[in-house]
Ligand binder design. Sequence first.
Ligand code: TRP
Length: 330
Amino acid sequence: METVLSGIRSTGNLHLGNYLGAVQNFVKMQYDNNCYFFIADYHSLTTHPTPGDLHKSVRQVLVEYLAAGIDPEKSTLYVQSDVPEIAELYLLLNMNAYLGELERTTSFKDKARKQPENINAGLLTYPVLMAADIVIHHADKVPVGKDQEQNLEMARKFARRFNNMYNVEYFKEPVAYNFGKELVKIPGLDGTGKMGKSEGNGIFLADEEAVIRKKIMRAVTDAGPTEPNSVMPEVIANLFTIMDIVSTPDTVKFFKEKYASCEIRYGDLKKQLAEDVCKLIAPINQRIKEIDSDNEYLSKVAKQGAEKARESAAKTVKEVREIIGFRKFY
Ligand code: TRP
């Protein structure tokens, strides 16, 4: 069985794009892999060093992942800062990460541009912490989006360099987990790009039905086709992309035919889309509420996750200390 690991950003609620694009795959993956999922709260300090309520946002992410179907009995689900061994491995790996290569990382340059008043060392060494996250459990595979490929490449480099420096075959080089064809990009409701948390174009798993309906009814459309069989502009194609995933094939076919014959009524299309999105989200939304009100369950899950993760992490750190040459006097 392969070990799959993924870090989850600890800011923002899950939207439909996160769910269909990644979380649903995590849920499936956990049945035939040894999965580690963690909330990357240390990492969040690199951009938000004084978070308003760190615990609350971590809690929300935990609640939503559980509600979406991550099974804490199957996967190891934990909070990064509950595993201090990660910080120790990060310190040790920092000794074989070089300033030049860290400065050249795209995500560092992007963030440095975005927050010129706070180009902190944590931001610079973000890829080292991420490498520590990954290699501490000897992960084989890491599901990452395009924006994280370079960070994963760095993790491979640090793992390889450690092995070379100490002349061991200790760390594996993690590779990207490819969802292949299943990878879907969910567009936003404003006709542009993809659904995002900051863009204000998203449907969230924690949204109430009335809110979801309102958002969909307000989605951007155009004046409608005037010629039969015309090519759909992006705004309309986007709605169909979502419909393709959440509605039945018959429903999709019905509206596509209406579009082709110029008889489509966007109001009807949106009503149907809202109906089907609500059907998908309703049970998750219900679970969010249940889990959110169950402190005892959350505390049990977090504790159990931390214990499982620490067991594996402590073993790695112990071995790494031995490889480097630390010995106790007592
Ligand atoms: N950098 C990742 C992101 O922004 C989050 C992350 C932190 C991560 N550590 C990780 C992802 C380890 C995969 C593996 O999305």
